[in-house]
Design a protein around this ligand. Structure first.
Ligand SMILES: [Zn+2]
Length: 272
């Protein structure tokens, strides 16, 4: 890993995280993401350029609006830091190992799509955490792009892409229908989760989609119990599934091969 590009990745990640905060605040409110410029939601004071520096400005302003003293949510610097770390992980674990093989156009596209999707699921997860929705404006265009780009040689094939959509979106769709039938609740699994996993399958294939769903169910059951125990985010006992899917997708894409081979060596030892 090249230290110079590692630092650049973190800085780009921090700036991107700052933009993600805009998406997280405005998308659920159906506001434009470009106009008006950043302003304090409490007093409307425009954010000066020096107050818009990721993490640093939050620390300098001690977490308060310079105009009215409104407490800036801690989620702002956290999202910025998370995106910075995410960008570093993507540079080190996705981009760097792929550089020697980057002569096919399809592979370059595949890497770009991987980075783009893994970054954009961050604001989606946070939006779902606070609002119980995963906006289609991000998932659907990416899904269409992924399906079209699969026709380029060198990356995922159209067949793998289609199987991935079925594995990711289709299996959650079945769970949603079964859940409605069994629990007689109108929405056990949101449509946003289904589209998110269809996208994951389209970009990363059916194996990653299945691994993601299985891990999310595991992490989700533990996390869900904790959330209810601490009465956090568990409004009417509803728990957003998107954050668990996102965390699992990251683990499945970055370390999925290792997890699967560990699993099979464990099965071999236990039953072989
Ligand atoms: Zn203010």
């Amino acid at each position: 890993m090249d230290p110079f590009w590692a630092v650049i990745s973190v800085l780009l990640g921090l700036v991107l995280g700052s933009f993600f905060n805009v998406l997280i605040y405005r998308l659920p409110r159906h506001e434009s993401i470009v106009k008006p410029g950043s302003h304090c939601p409490h007093c409307g004071r425009p954010v000066r350029p020096w107050e818009n520096i990721p993490v640093a400005s939050y620390l300098v302003l001690r977490g308060r609006c310079a105009g009215c003293g409104w407490r800036i949510p801690l989620s702002y610097p956290i999202v910025e830091l998370m995106t910075g770390v995410a960008a570093l992980l993507l540079y080190g674990l996705v981009v760097t190992p792929a550089i020697p093989a980057m002569h096919s156009c399809g592979l370059v596209v595949q890497i770009c799509l991987t980075v783009l999707v893994l970054l954009l699921v961050i604001p989606l997860a946070i939006i779902d955490l606070f609002n119980f929705i995963i906006p289609d404006v991000i998932t659907l265009p990416l899904l269409v792009c992924a399906a079209l780009l699969s026709f380029l040689p060198g990356g995922i094939t159209p067949l793998q892409c289609g199987l991935g959509i079925l594995a990711g979106g289709g299996s959650l769709f079945v769970v949603a229908i079964a859940g409605e039938y069994i629990f007689k609740k109108d929405e056990v699994m949101g449509g946003g989760d289904i589209k998110l996993m269809a996208l994951a399958g389209a970009v990363f294939g059916w194996q990653t989609a299945f691994l993601t769903i299985m891990m999310a169910a595991g992490i989700g059951s533990v996390g869900g119990i904790l959330m209810i125990a601490f009465k956090k985010f568990a409004r009417e006992h509803r728990i957003p599934f998107g954050p668990f899917l996102t965390l699992s997708l990251w683990i499945a894409v970055l370390w999925g091969d290792r997890i699967i081979s560990l699993y099979f060596s464990f099965v071999d030892k236990a039953f072989g």
